[in-house]
Design a protein around this ligand. Structure first.
Ligand code: TYD
Length: 215
């Protein structure tokens, strides 16, 4: 973690396409870590800071803006939120020795802004490196779920977001495939967990992956 200071805590991210259960799994993982006596910060992207919440509103929920973003502007907005999140939340927590559990991080940009919206993958990686001060997670759990299953789960949500107006199935197939490629390309950092079963099944699989890191 070159420019990011001395790192002491463990950094875990959860990734996956829509409706894969990241938010619930992240919350359960953080609660479980705390019961094991591990101080844990639970956070998410886009979000995690006032700037991140503003980015979230612009890129996801602002009709007429979020659905008409230039792909580079989109990538830069997510990256701006990420830089602030690393600087003011994630890095200080890790330096204190806390663990950080984060739902979505730079791999979301590689999958969505890269594969999904066609930004150049090499440039996009460089942008992530810049935004995060080179901070990579110690472990990234990819919750993999078939696109139709994930979309069916998200249809129960109420607030409009820009993805509702896209050619959903094709777009999310692209995102899912990109995630699986990222996981295959970095096998030391990634673990893939089946997100199509019960919440309990995913929780158990995730705990089994995290348990060895507690030692
Ligand atoms: P969110 O409501 O957090 O959904 P989920 O529970 O599926 O994570 O919405 C996050 C959305 O933002 C999701 O559709 C993916 C998108 N996103 C990007 O396109 N790029 C990014 O870098 C991040 C963090 C999220």
């Amino acid at each position: 973690m070159s420019d990011a200071g001395v790192k002491r805590g463990t950094f875990i991210t959860l990734e996956g396409p829509e409706g894969s259960g990241k938010t619930t799994a992240a919350r359960h993982l953080a609660e479980w870590l705390r019961t094991r006596g591990t101080p844990t910060v639970l956070t998410q992207e886009p979000g995690g800071t006032p700037l991140g919440e503003e980015v979230r509103r612009i890129v996801l929920h602002e009709r007429g803006m979020s659905d008409d973003l230039d792909p580079r502007a989109d990538a830069l907005l997510f990256a701006a939120g990420r830089a602030q999140h690393v600087a003011s939340v994630i890095r200080p927590a890790l330096e204190r020795g806390d663990w950080v559990v984060c739902a979505r991080y730079l791999d979301s940009s590689l999958a969505y802004q890269g594969a999904g919206y066609g930004n150049d993958p090499v440039e996009l990686r460089r942008l992530q490196d810049f935004a995060t001060y080179g901070l990579l997670p110690d472990l990234t759990i990819l919750l993999d779920v078939p696109v139709e299953v994930g979309l069916e789960r998200t249809r129960r949500r109420s607030e409009w977001n820009r993805f509702e107006d896209t050619e959903q199935v094709a777009f999310f197939e692209t995102v899912r495939a990109a995630y699986l490629r990222l996981a295959a390309g970095e096998p030391d950092r990634f673990r893939v967990v089946d997100g199509s079963g019960s919440v309990e099944a995913a929780d158990d699989a995730i705990r089994a992956l995290v348990e060895p890191l507690l030692a």
